[in-house]
Each structure stands twice: as structure tokens, then as C-alpha cells.
Design a protein. Sequence first.
Length: 162
Amino acid sequence: YSHRRGNKWKKNLITYGVGQYTGHLPVNIVDSLISSALDVWAKASPLTFLRSYSHEADIMVEFVRNDHGDSFPFDGPEGTLAHAYGPGAGIGGDVHFDEAESWTVGSKGFNLYLVAAHEFGHALGLKHSQNPESVMYPTYKNRKTHNLLSSEDILNINTLYG
Ligand SMILES: O=C1CC=C(NS(=O)(=O)c2ccc(-c3ccccc3)cc2)CC1=O
Ligand SMILES: [Zn+2]
């Protein structure tokens, strides 16, 4: 979900950090998947992402379960996999992944790279697309991970930041 649709970041250098990691994947794998999912958007736009190790990062990524201190508790396995806040201060831009899901690098469980790319789209201010080819399509399906962005996704991110 993209809560509190902020419109866009007022800068092109956006910092990101990771708080609580998942127990389903090694830390270095999670770091590389997160970095790659952000890189998808960086390659298609003037945006650059810088890893921050302070909690002041624009985009804070956390793996949490059930009630986790915001108004949108997760729901155990399946159901909602993640949610993101639109651009803004504080919780704005933050992305929460449901720790109850089996996060994977492959085609079993839920592919963290794919879900992260979708949620980062929201964290950058993008809404859903009706085009099943778009990474911003509302429903998850295991899709190709190369050339993940549709031409519509690229157009939309550059409408905001181009
Ligand atoms: O905006 C929404 C609405 C519904 C959501 N449910 S979800 O967490 O199960 C989810 C559904 C689809 C995706 C997804 C869609 C396209 C490509 C990759 C992931 C990610 C999360 C999460 C979300 O971001
Ligand atoms: Zn979404």
C-alpha cells in the first residue's frame, strides 16, 4: 500500500537505511537485493540512492510482524506482503516488509527483489498501474527480473523526477 501519498522528493539524492533485517535471508543478500531494487529506479531516472547507517535516512526499510507501531499492522503469512509510505519526512518513504512471509531470492515464496522494486516505486511517489507488465501493477506474480520496469514505469518516474 502507499499510505499518505506524498507527491515527490524535493531532491534527487535520496538516502536509505535498513533497520530490522529478516531472518529468512542473510544480511548481505538482503543488502544486495535492496540496493538492486533501488538501482532499477536509479537507472531509469535522475535519482541516486545513498546507503545511510543512521535512522535519519529518507527511506527506512524494516522487516516487521503484525502490529509494528504504525496504523497498518501486518497479517501473518500471505495476505499483505509489504507497504510503503509516499515521499515525506519521518515515516514518509519508509518501506515495511512482513516478516511472516518467506522472503526468497528465487521463484519460491515471495521474491524480495520484486516486492522491494514495487514498494520503492510507492516510496518515490508512484501509484499503481493497470498494466500487468508494470512493476506497479497491484498484484504480485513471479515475473522476469530483468528489464523489470515497463515503458510506462519509466515514463511515470520521469514525469515526477525527469
Ligand atoms: O500498494 C499495495 C497494495 C497491496 C499490497 N499488497 S501486497 O503487499 O500483497 C503486494 C502486492 C503486489 C506486489 C507487487 C506487485 C507487482 C510487482 C511486484 C510486487 C507487492 C506487494 C501492497 C502494496 O504495495
Ligand atoms: Zn502497491
